[in-house]
Structures are given as structure tokens and as C-alpha cells.
Design a protein around this ligand. Structure first.
Ligand code: ZN
Length: 279
């Protein structure tokens, strides 16, 4: 399962190495004109596991050019990375509001890079960031662009503000949180404060909230692939999501890639629809 090569037309592709409350990490590969950029989004797993998964993709940690962190919760940044990041000198990009927390969590100062609004990386890969509500210190969502290809990435959202829908205007591949099934959450034996934290607008998105946002985004673009992130093991299930999409968005079912905590997805390519032009 090697990465796409990027010969000829530019390629932008994403693979999720596992997603959920025990850890999150995705790998993005951009390639154009023989130049390549590899980005890890979140570092929620151990170094050993991440190295093994990269090895299965034909890569090493040394091949990673950048890290972007959505936020600093333990399932998105594992502090065991501190020394490895320092020795590899991989830039770790966070929103300015997360910089102090990143240092406290063990991100080496020499690696820390703050991302205000947008940046251009190797090979012309553009990244744009937006800050959103989540727990105490919020969360960042990203939009990556290479040539005419756009990829959106958002997880751990308390709710979906209109500005996020606009931020994802024109994306072809969307990686988006779908955390819990509402009835499973309400009926679970979790303590009430935890349910309130998750469902209170600054925690996570239910499957229905996620789908509503995805439908709004899909209305504005040629959304070719949808990767669902951060499913709760206790309060969600693949069959719940499949039933929901079958009932409410059958047109999107074929485009879904549902992540899980333990296994990597295949590479998902960002491929804009090519419309046949009338004669
Ligand atoms: Zn999380």
C-alpha cells in the first residue's frame, strides 16, 4: 500500500492511521513535478506504532516534512514524541493560541511553528487554518490545497459554525468528525457530566450533526470522498452511520470511508470531478 507517486498531474492524498479517543494520526501526501511533501496531522499514537504504520506504507519518520496539530489533547499529541521531534527537527505547526500548551505538552521549542492563517509548504502545498470551539482551548481545522485539489480536515468540534462551512468551500476530500450516536450516548452508563461535556456544544459532533454539516458542505462543492473520523467506541458503530446515511443521504454512501481506532484506511485520493463539457 505505497503512497501515490505524483508523476504528471499533481496528487493530494490522505490516509488515516487510526482515529478515536485513544489516538489520532493521519498522513497527507502532496506531490507535484517530482516534489513531494508529507504531513502528519496529529500525533496521538506511540512512536513505535507510528513508525510501524509508516513502514507498512514504505515510509520512515525521516520522510515526514511537517506535523500539524488540531489541538493538544492526549489523543492528538502523545508527549512521548518530544525527544524524537527534537532530534528529527520536524516543524510542528499549531494555532497561535495553542503554542503555550504545546510547549507544556512537550513539543520542543525549536520545532514549534505557529500558523496564523495560511502557509505555503514544499511543492506549493498551501495550508489554511481556522480556530474552532472544543473544550477549554479550542481546536484547529485545516484546508490543504495543491493546484486545483482541495482537502478539508476537521475533528473534535463542539458544533459547526457557518464559517467552517464556508472554510471548506470547494473541497473534494473531506475528513470530518462523526463521534457518537445520540441515543447510544444518552442511554450509555457514562456519568452525566461527561455526556454534557461531549454533547454541550464544545465537545464532539453526533452522527446527525456531522451529516448535516457534510450535506451543507456537499451542496457547495464536488465532494468526492468523505472520511469519517473519531468514532466513539462506546457510543457509535459503523452500522449506525451506514443506516443513517442509507436513510438520509443515500447519495453520499458510496463516498464514505469510515475510520476506526486500530487500523489504517487505504490511501484516499483527492480527485476533483471532471465534468464532460457539452459540444
Ligand atoms: Zn480527540
Amino acid at each position: 500500500m505505497n503512497e501515490p507517486e505524483g508523476q504528471g498531474r499533481p496528487r493530494l492524498a490522505l490516509v488515516n492511521l487510526g482515529s478515536g479517543s485513544s489516538g489520532n494520526c493521519s498522513l497527507l501526501h502532496a506531490a507535484r513535478d517530482g516534489r513531494s511533501c508529507r504531513v502528519l496531522i496529529d500525533l496521538g499514537f506511540s512512536i513505535r506504532r507510528t513508525r510501524r504504520q509508516l513502514d507498512e506504507l514504505g515510509l520512515e519518520l525521516e520522510d515526514i516534512d511537517h506535523v500539524f496539530l488540531t489541538h493538544l489533547d492526549r489523543d492528538h499529541f502523545n508527549p512521548s514524541w518530544s525527544r524524537t521531534l527534537a532530534s528529527l527537527r520536524i516543524p510542528v505547526h499549531v494555532a497561535p493560541g495553542h503554542a503555550a500548551e504545546a510547549l507544556r505538552a512537550g513539543c520542543p521549542e525549536a520545532c514549534l511553528a505557529t500558523l496564523d492563517d495560511s502557509a505555503e509548504l514544499e511543492g506549493g502545498l498551501e495550508v489554511h487554518v481556522i480556530s474552532l470551539a472544543h473544550d477549554e482551548s479550542g481546536c484547529s481545522a485545516f484546508r490543504f490545497q495543491l493546484g486545483d485539489k482541495r482537502l478539508g480536515f476537521a475533528t473534535d468540534l463542539g458544533h459547526v459554525p457557518d464559517e467552517l462551512i464556508e472554510f471548506f468551500d470547494g473541497v473534494h476530500l473531506l475528513a470530518f468528525e462523526s463521534n457518537y450516536d445520540r441515543s447510544m450516548q444518552i442511554e450509555s452508563d457514562r456519568p452525566e457530566f461527561l455526556k454534557q461535556r461531549i454533547m454541550g456544544g464544545r465537545g464532539h459532533l453526533s452522527n446527525e450533526q456531522s451529516l448535516n454539516a457534510i450535506l451543507r458542505i456537499a451542496d457547495r462543492c464536488e465532494l468526492e470522498s468523505i472520511m469519517l473520523l473519531h468514532l466513539s467506541r462506546q457510543c457509535n458503530a459503523t452500522w449506525c452511520i451506514e443506516e443513517l446515511y442509507a436513510a438520509c443521504a443515500p447519495q453520499l454512501r458510496e463516498r464514505l470511508v469510515i475510520t476506526n481506532q486500530s487500523d489504517a484506511t487505504p490511501w484516499i485520493e483527492c480527485t476533483p470531478l471532471v465534468h464532460a463539457t457539452g459540444a
